[in-house]
Design a protein around this ligand. Structure first.
Ligand code: DLL
Length: 439
């Protein structure tokens, strides 16, 4: 039977009750973190804040922020709040220079995370009769396991496809009558094109909905995907640090994503000053987990720029909504769903003996990200034959793949051919911005 909500008692709670619940949980979570995470206790001590100072929700502004760099510095166990024996899983962000962020989960953390994903599936019209094709990557990335767990909770037949091998995706989708597709929006668009190339019309498949996230996408892209697959396309948001997908999800209104406020407290801050901004203002999204056991985060700066609004939603859910992220306050790019920092690229080049004269070119062609890196050859490479140059390009590509997890096209260009800048070097040319993708 079609349910409207997965957990109606939470999803439709009165706003005053949500705030009361958040307050109670916040007070407990702050004490728990202070008692169990030395790294954050030191940050609180430096700021002169004690758990007793947090008596109501607005007191949260007394707490220090946590940044990605803190998590890297604390790698691997520095942010762990419970005995490792109580943990049952890790996930991790894609690599950055040196250290990755590793997130830990107890069984209870996994349960709550999967509930969040189940809420997203039910909000997209899912029920136990559905066949959910999960083609987010499985493994250290959170996309596959998160939606997989949510799909189990709802009781759907789950196809754990992982990403790639589009022919097999299509064959299973058609033979097993998949009804809900979960993947990045760019992969959904690619599947749509591939179906068309194979001669299928949108009405030939049994899909009714898609749950797409992990990268920025536009309303135009939503319409294209909906048309090519004959579905309704829903947004889903999350990050490894806060558990994974499902921190926020879209309902049938498709006007922003409801944040699972019983598990996360969201703030918007001015990224330059750290000042908390009022509801409706655009700024950086900051999350505080409210009931995490293994990897609780207080005031974690996501670097995602968005707006929060608590308008009455006709779906009946009362959770605050976030707009689609409108960009980032750092230099992270999301290419084919993978988080990429220019510093990672630079590290690979320096490690291979190249000078830091390079340019990163990103674009979106036929709904797929293109990713090219131009690297200046060393003067001694200049006399090499095309065959030798190609070999060197392939070597750099392999090292990039190892660092980033995705394959850029490498082009070795003549020494001194990349324009030198007098100010900040323009390392990244991201043409996706021109077509309205908020990267
Ligand atoms: O991308 C988790 C996820 C998996 C979300 C599957 C949705 C679906 P990370 O790899 O840690 O985790 O990347 C997190 O991706 O800070 C945003 O910048 C971006 N992001 C995630 N969802 C969206 C979205 C996963 N719906 C980073 N729209 C975040 C725009 C998104 N950007």
């Amino acid at each position: 039977m079609q349910k409207k909500y997965y957990q109606p008692e939470a999803e439709t709670m009165q706003v005053e009750d949500i705030k009361k619940l958040q307050e109670e949980k916040l007070i407990k979570q702050v004490k728990y973190v202070y008692d169990n995470v030395e790294y954050y206790r030191n940050l609180m001590d430096e700021k002169g804040v004690k758990p007793e100072d947090i008596k109501c929700l607005s007191d949260i502004s007394k707490l220090p922020f946590l940044k990605k760099d803190d998590l890297r510095e604390a790698y691997p166990y520095g942010m762990l709040a419970t005995d490792l024996n109580n943990c049952v899983r890790i996930h991790s962000t894609s690599g950055t220079t040196g250290k990755r962020v590793v997130a830990f989960y107890t069984q209870n953390d996994i349960d709550l995370w999967e509930d969040c994903c189940a809420r997203a599936i039910v909000a997209a019209g899912g029920n136990e009769e559905d066949v959910v094709q999960v083609c987010y990557g499985y493994g250290l990335f959170t996309g596959g396991s998160g939606l997989h767990g949510g799909s189990h909770k709802v009781g759907c037949l789950t196809l754990p496809m992982s990403s790639g091998n589009t022919n097999r995706q299509i064959q299973f989708m058609m033979d097993l009558n998949s009804t809900i597709l979960c993947c990045t929006p760019s992969y959904a668009a690619y599947i749509g094109e591939s179906l068309k190339e194979k001669g299928y019309k949108p009405e030939d498949n049994k899909l009714k909905a898609g749950i797409f996230g992990a990268e920025p996408w536009t309303e135009e892209m939503r319409r294209d995907i909906e048309k090519s697959l004959g579905i309704k396309a829903y947004d889903i948001y999350g990050l490894t640090e806060t558990s994974g997908p499902g921190v926020a999800f879209e309902c049938e209104c498709q006007t922003g994503m409801h944040i699972n406020e019983d598990h996360f407290y969201a703030e918007i801050i001015d990224p330059d000053t750290g000042e908390v901004l009022p509801e409706g203002a655009k700024g950086e999204l900051v999350f505080t987990s409210l009931d995490k056991e293994a990897f609780p985060l207080l005031r974690y700066r996501t670097r995602d720029i968005t707006v929060l609004t608590r308008e009455k939603c006709s779906c009946g859910r009362t959770f605050i909504k976030m707009h689609k992220p409108m960009g980032r306050s750092d230099d992270m790019m999301i290419i084919r769903g993978v988080n990429v920092f220019p510093s990672q690229i630079e590290a690979v080049l320096l490690n291979k003996g190249y000078a830091p004269n390079y340019q990163i070119l990103v674009d979106r062609v036929n709904n797929t990200d293109t990713f090219e890196i131009h690297v200046e050859m060393l003067p001694e490479d200049f006399s090499d034959t095309p065959k030798v140059i190609t070999k060197k390009e392939k070597q750099i590509q392999a090292a990039m793949k190892e660092m980033l997890g995705i394959n850029p096209t490498i082009r070795l260009v003549a020494p001194k051919s990349i324009a030198r800048s007098e100010g900040k070097a323009v390392r990244v040319i991201d043409n996706r911005k021109k077509i309205g993708i908020n990267v």
